[in-house]
Write a protein that binds this ligand. Structure first.
Ligand SMILES: NC(=O)c1ccc[n+]([C@@H]2O[C@H](COP(=O)([O-])OP(=O)(O)OC[C@H]3O[C@@H](n4cnc5c(N)ncnc54)[C@H](O)[C@@H]3O)[C@@H](O)[C@H]2O)c1
Ligand SMILES: [Zn+2]
Length: 365
């Protein structure tokens, strides 16, 4: 299998997303021209034992001095407290502004290490080496970093673009199945946003993806990385078109919050959120019911939920959570599709329409 490269074009902050298999051990070679001397690898206790050695050996082979630190897995590590701990570790290990921080893991490691890299000594370079499907197609690209506060997720953060992103699809083999499926929801999102770039409809490659077919995975991860790269290039600081990446996330975030972040993985909630958005688009008359059917087909083929898990939270709770979502700017915001490939951001949706579509989602109409 080949090595694919996508450039995220951001002027002086441009960087390459590498996608392929067997890339972990070659991270040093991919970056050799950059002339790094020392690297500090941040990983977690699940990923470190699986891939830490390969990455470290590869970097050493390329002549870098390497140290590493591992954090506890899970969202709980995306905290201000953990960020301070890491900053303290960097200071203690004498990390200089010219040294490289390497984030090896899923979105939690990537967001935390990216945040720490952005504030340590007013910014040190970070290399993203994502090991979940979610982080390969989404969180590692685009420079959003952050940690959570007790009152909400991602409330402290920065924009800090990485120096490169290395997506090795081999790592997905060890990913728990539910985490993998969660990432497929973001893949489906990209296919709804930019269907014209998909060589065959996603439902047709669902079986290959479910079997973790390497070639198909590399194609799909590269496709998603390319779509994200283009959107980020057009709107680095998320003041315009980047909002379309929130497709399915208005209800998705609300379902996660209304169920205490215990019931749904992020992707499962986004999957239900995309079906909801398709119902809303049909209800307000910007598309026909075919959009809902096509969403149901694609998402079900990937083994993703298309309705809230019972007992579904009451609509009022969900609505409340939608209003509280930090993405609402002076009102409830939703990305809708006027047919696949034609995304628009709407701020003018009527609560009665949303209530009706929430009922429909549960087979109520
Ligand atoms: N910065 C952004 O633009 C952005 C975008 C989307 C999501 N996010 C953030 O990403 C985070 C979620 O990331 P995630 O879904 O990758 O979850 P995660 O980082 O928590 O990883 C999921 C689990 O899989 C384990 N794991 C990771 N890679 C593995 C592998 N190859 N084999 C075996 N186990 C592995 C991890 O240890 C963890 O237990 C959230 O905090 C979310 O806010 C950020
Ligand atoms: Zn998401």
């Amino acid at each position: 299998m080949g090595l694919e490269r996508t450039l995220v074009e951001l002027g002086p902050r441009s960087y390459t997303v590498f996608v392929g298999d067997g890339l972990l051990g070659g991270a040093g070679e991919l970056l050799v021209e950059d002339g790094w001397r020392r690297a500090l690898v941040v990983t977690d206790d699940n990923v470190g034992p699986l891939y830490g050695d390969t990455v470290t050996r590869g970097l050493r082979r390329a002549g870098l001095e390497v140290a590493s630190i591992s954090i506890e897995p899970g969202e709980g590590s995306k905290s201000v407290h953990k960020a301070f701990e890491l900053l303290d570790f960097l200071t203690g290990s004498g990390m200089r502004r010219a040294d490289l921080l390497v984030a090896l893991g899923g979105g939690v490691v990537g967001d935390l290490a990216g945040f720490v890299a952005s504030v340590y000594k007013r910014g040190v370079p970070v290399l993203q080496v994502p090991t979940t499907l979610m982080s390969q197609v989404d969180s590692s690209i685009g420079g959003k970093t952050g940690v959570n506060l007790p009152r909400g997720k991602n409330l402290v953060g920065t924009f800090h673009q990485p120096v490169a992103v290395i997506c090795d699809v081999d790592t997905l083999e060890t990913l728990p199945e539910r985490e993998y499926r969660s990432g497929l929801a973001e893949v489906a999102k990209y296919s709804f946003l930019r269907p014209e770039l998909w060589p065959v409809p996603l439902a047709e490659s669902a079986d290959l993806l479910k079997e973790l077919d390497k070639e198909e995975l590399a194609t799909v991860v590269n496709l998603c990385a390319g779509i994200k790269a283009r959107i980020v290039s057009a709107d680095e600081y998320d003041t315009g078109v980047r909002a379309v990446l929130n497709y399915g996330h208005t209800l998705g975030h609300a379902l996660e919050a209304a169920t205490g972040y215990e019931t749904y993985t992020h992707g499962e909630a986004v999957s239900v959120g995309m079906v909801f958005a398709a119902h809303v688009a049909a209800e307000v008359g910007i598309t026909d019911g075919g959009l809902v059917d096509r969403h149901l087909e694609v998402l079900a083929s990937l083994g993703l939920p298309v309705a809230p898990y019972p007992p579904a939270p009451e609509f009022e709770r969900v609505l409340d959570a939608m209003w509280q979502d930090k993405k609402s700017r002076g009102g409830l915001t939703m990305v809708l599709l006027a047919g696949e490939g034609n995304a628009m951001v709407r701020h003018d949706l009527d609560t009665a329409v949303l209530a009706e579509c929430y009922q429909r989602l549960m087979g109520g109409a």
